[in-house]
Design a protein around this ligand. Structure first.
Ligand code: SF4
Ligand code: SF4
Length: 425
């Protein structure tokens, strides 16, 4: 018998009619985009289940955890250090920002030239359709791009549990000092919220939990360098998206199980698409659930995506924090070492990202790069110009696209993507 989550959603203050409509659209989208794929690894059934319960079972688990004293922290960015949250037995969840919702209400609060990702976060809040944002004991905003920074001033007027973290814009010693101070302040805030003092042992455990998730996803990605690719880009993206809100131990176990299957597929030369299918590296803005538009166009146009240079992808998950150090200060430094390497476009200069794209292109044996920019995202749209010019100079075919969450440009995108695939075939 299917569980009835309506009382839970009602108690969270969701607008049940609007929420039903969202689930209907999400279910249909998922079925059209994911379940229609052929040759999927069997292990993807776990993610099908997770997605079918995305607003049900996982939210119930979080609420059950809260009854046992486990706090829930909501985040919008990969700079929020999961290790510190886990060290206090709390749970970090990424907040969905991958679909338009309540757009008229959003337009009354935010300038029109705000990126779809930020608008989506507000739409889910204003439309009362996100059980995660309503469950969270603390929402963490981070001062990254101007859009987010200013929008948190607005969000602060809508919620009473917003914590804003400052972040540097340069990889200078001063930038690192700012980040260190802010991570210590965040640790203090988490200790105050949870009533738990984070000592070295707890922090080491928190680092271990986060590292395990990353190791699992690294392993899955490592098989994508094979031709034929043993998993579609859409399914790999889904695993990267679920990374943000699933139970960490269960996630790592499930991803490792799929990886066992992928390893066998690679040994047998089995793939989702035939050998020789053109291979694309995606690079650019993050794609949060349920933003599957461009990968879906790419993979229904005769190519396969073999890697994501994105925060919902390798920019967000690469590098582990060193848990072999002893004191709390040393372990905090390990965390800092890891996060200070994230090459988000809000940093200037940001040459490391250019190098990472090229390195991924080679490692995944890609044939071309598609740079994905969200309209009105200044950091990534600015960088896309140099990324394209530098890659093309090195003989790496690159397509730069700017889009949003609407479906209006699907025909136009498909035409451009098909022409690009033809170019790299
Ligand atoms: S792109 Fe930058 S601001 Fe956005 S989630 Fe990634 S690190 Fe955070
Ligand atoms: S997509 Fe760009 S503009 Fe939007 S939140 Fe991320 S960095 Fe900021």
């Amino acid at each position: 018998m299917e569980a009835n989550y309506e009382p839970m959603w009602e108690s969270l203050g969701l607008d049940l009619a609007a929420h039903d409509e969202l689930l209907r659209i999400l279910g249909k989208g998922y079925s059209d985009v994911f379940l229609s794929q052929e040759n999927r690894p069997k292990g993807m059934s776990y993610f099908d289940f997770v997605m079918s319960e995305v607003h049900g079972l996982r939210v119930k688990e979080l609420i059950d955890g809260q009854k046992e004293g486990r706090k829930v922290i909501g985040s919008f960015c990969v700079f929020v250090p999961e290790e510190i949250v886990r060290a206090a037995d709390a749970t970090l969840v990424g907040l969905c920002t991958g679909a338009d919702f309540a757009t008229d209400e959003v337009d009354e609060l935010l300038p029109r030239n705000t990126c779809a990702l930020i608008k989506s976060a507000f739409g889910f809040k204003l439309g009362k359709v996100c059980p995660y944002i309503e469950t969270a004991d603390m929402l963490v905003g981070e001062n990254t791009c101007d859009g987010k920074k200013k929008s948190y001033e607005v969000l602060g007027g809508l919620v009473d549990n917003l914590y804003v973290m400052d972040l540097p814009q340069t990889k200078s010693p001063e930038g690192r000092a700012l980040m260190r101070a802010e991570y210590v302040r965040f640790r203090d805030a988490i200790e105050e919220l949870t009533g738990i003092t984070i000592d070295a042992e707890r922090l080491r455990k928190g680092i271990g939990i986060a590292n395990d998730k990353r190791r699992a996803i690294h392993r899955l990605n490592s098989f994508r360098s094979a031709d034929p690719a043993p998993i579609s880009g859409l399914d790999a993206l889904l695993a990267n998206q679920v990374y943000f809100y699933d139970d960490p131990a269960r996630f790592s176990e499930s991803v490792n199980k799929i990886s066992d299957e992928l390893e066998q597929r690679v040994q047998k030369g089995e793939g989702v698409f035939p050998e020789g299918t053109p291979r694309i590296l995606m690079s650019g803005c993050p794609m949060a659930v349920p933003n599957w538009k461009v990968p879906w166009i790419v993979e229904t146009s005769g190519a396969v995506i073999v890697g994501e240079e994105s925060c919902v992808g390798e920019r967000g998950t690469r590098n582990l924090a060193d848990d072999s150090r002893n004191t709390i200060d040393e372990l905090m430094e390990s965390i800092l070492d890891r996060y200070f390497q994230i090459d988000c476009a809000v940093f200037t200069p940001n040459l490391e990202r250019q190098r990472h794209i090229e390195e991924m292109y080679k490692r995944y044996n890609a044939d071309g790069v598609i740079h994905y920019g969200l309209q009105f995202c200044q950091p990534y749209q600015f960088e896309s110009m140099n990324v394209e010019a530098n890659l093309e100079k090195k003989g790496i075919p690159t397509l730069r696209i700017d889009t949003d969450y609407s479906m209006e440009d699907i025909g136009q995108l498909k035409t451009r993507i098909e022409a690009f695939i033809e170019r790299i075939s």
